[in-house]
Design a protein around this ligand. Structure first.
Ligand SMILES: Cc1cc2nc3c(=O)[nH]c(=O)nc-3n(C[C@H](O)[C@H](O)[C@H](O)COP(=O)(O)OP(=O)(O)OC[C@H]3O[C@@H](n4cnc5c(N)ncnc54)[C@H](O)[C@@H]3O)c2cc1C
Length: 469
């Protein structure tokens, strides 16, 4: 008989994990506490799909090339479904800054191709494919309530042998996957099962996200006159292509920066957005949403292997439930998908060995994905410190190296740096590894020595404060 896996959470990474495990022969039951099933069309998904379990559901989302590469390799049916639902093929090479002396195409630029869409459309594609996958059963409106513990696989460590659902049913499983997102209560459940506490760190860098979606009036995507993520004064400005002639714009201030709380108002938000010369023309579309605010976004990371020993076996956290960060670099889905593949591969290499499974999963996660978490955490902290300094009228501390920022600034002046920046942005190569490429630091030093780093023109903080009021 096929082994059974219960996946808790039908977000994108839970669904991707379910498909991958079913393809490997598992019978997979997905539990999702939200009731609504996946709508058939992009428009229905955008307008009607209620997903209370995912606060960011209608917030800004953009998929990077790493996501597309993983779909090509592991889930081509999902890539095809995103395309059928109107997903947009996009290569950020087509948006290289005008300031670059050489903007011609190069061999290898095809690695930057991606397919992207608004989040409800992406998730509809994943859910439709999961529903069509043999051996995947999705139970919507049914949550995971409690872990069920059985005989230990390792002395003194609780071993999960199933789950109790919110409907009171007990489902036995050889493996439980926690894909319950950034608000997963796994740590509490492990404690309730008598396990030692997992390692956990969490902090809020303090950014707020104000997103709004637009549809093209003429079928054209606005021209890129700057990078699609630009830091100007104390705001980050995002211009993101999306599906079906739509795009998403977002402004990201510090959550505690009082004047900018007014950005939740459509008119105030538009006035501020219009003040950025490289991005103002993106407002020339039909709005398909009001401003969608979101704050309280934690950077949180956990491990179930503490001091070399598993605190629990039989359950593995994947995607945001393992680690989540501020989304200004838009990495969550790409890294979550990579994590689902790590989980599938760990299962392949440790059949019938729950202790080996969790240790392998932890080791490979640490080697391949934790460095991305650390990089994002570091960048969030640096950016928050720079913003706070400007808000308080102090000189920002430039002494701490921020590899991602150096690449972002250098990308407007040097075609080689621009590709390095895109490699990091697309989650293909860590920023620190890009910096270590032969000649890269010299190039960046040359750019930095030029009169003034070629930053984008834009309003000062005081001008933005005057505009938003
Ligand atoms: C404002 C914002 C913008 C973002 N922008 C981007 C972006 O541009 N690009 C990008 O790649 N990523 C982005 N992200 C990150 C991305 O949204 C997450 O990485 C992604 O949602 C993770 O998917 P997941 O399946 O792990 O978790 P989730 O999507 O959070 O799904 C978790 C699921 O578990 C369900 N659930 C919870 N508890 C239970 C329970 N007890 N029983 C059963 N089900 C349960 C929930 O209802 C939900 O459906 C953004 C995040 C935020 C906050």
């Amino acid at each position: 008989m096929a082994e059974r896996a219960v996946v808790a959470g039908a977000g994108p990474i839970g669904l991707a994990t379910a498909i991958l495990l079913a393809e490997d022969g598992y019978e997979v039951i997905v539990l999702e506490k939200d009731r609504d099933g996946a709508p058939a069309s992009a428009e229905e998904a955008w307008r009607n799909w209620r997903r209370h379990g995912v606060p960011q559901f209608r917030g800004a989302h953009y998929m990077h090339a790493r996501f597309r590469q993983l779909l090509d390799a592991e889930l081509p049916a999902v890539r095809d479904r995103i395309e059928e639902l109107g997903g947009r093929w996009f290569n950020p090479i087509s948006a290289l800054p005008r300031s670059l002396p050489d903007r011609s195409a190069r061999d290898g630029d095809e690695r930057f191709w991606t397919i992207t869409a608004r989040r409800p459309v992406l998730e509809a594609a994943l859910a439709q494919v999961a529903e069509d996958t043999v051996r995947v059963k999705i139970l919507r409106g049914v949550g995971l309530e409690q872990l069920v513990i059985g005989p230990s696989a390792q002395a003194g460590t609780p071993h999960v042998t199933g789950v109790r659902t919110t409907h009171g049913d007990e489902l036995k499983a050889e493996l439980v996957v926690d894909a319950m997102g950034r608000r997963s209560k796994l740590a509490e459940w492990v404690a309730a099962a008598g396990g030692r506490p997992p390692y956990e760190e969490a902090s809020d860098a303090g950014f707020a996200y104000y997103s709004r979606h637009y549809r093209s009036r003429d079928g054209q995507l606005p021209e890129f006159r700057g990078p699609f993520a630009a830091d100007i004064a104390t705001l980050r400005v995002l211009t993101l292509p999306a599906d079906n002639d739509t795009w998403t714009l977002a402004l990201v201030p510090m959550a505690g920066d009082t004047p900018f709380k007014a950005l939740r108002d459509n008119h105030a938000w538009e006035r501020v957005f219009a003040a950025f010369p490289h991005a103002a023309h993106w407002l020339d579309g039909e709005p398909v949403s009001d401003v969608i605010p979101m704050a309280g976004v934690l950077d949180r990371y956990r491990r179930l292997v503490v001091e070399g020993h598993a605190v629990v076996t039989g359950v593995l956290p994947v995607g945001d439930s393992w680690a989540c960060t501020n989304p200004t670099a838009g990495r969550g889905m790409s890294l979550g998908l990579a994590h689902a593949v790590v989980l599938r591969d760990a299962l392949r290499s440790c059949p019938g060995d729950p202790v080996g499974l969790i240790e392998t999963f932890d080791r490979v996660t640490e080697q391949t994905l934790t460095p991305w978490y650390r990089d994002q955490f570091h960048r969030d902290q640096q950016r928050a410190a720079r913003c706070r300094a400007v808000i308080e009228g102090r000189e920002p501390d430039q002494s701490v190296e921020d590899p991602g920022l150096r690449l972002m600034l250098g990308a407007v002046a040097d075609a080689e740096v621009a590709r390095g920046y895109l490699d990091a942005l697309a989650c293909l190569v860590l920023p620190t590894e890009v910096l270590d490429r032969p000649g890269m630091r010299d190039r960046l030093a040359t750019i930095a020595a030029q009169t003034r780093p070629a930053g984008l023109p834009g309003p000062t903080r005081q001008q933005l404060v005057d505009i938003v009021r």
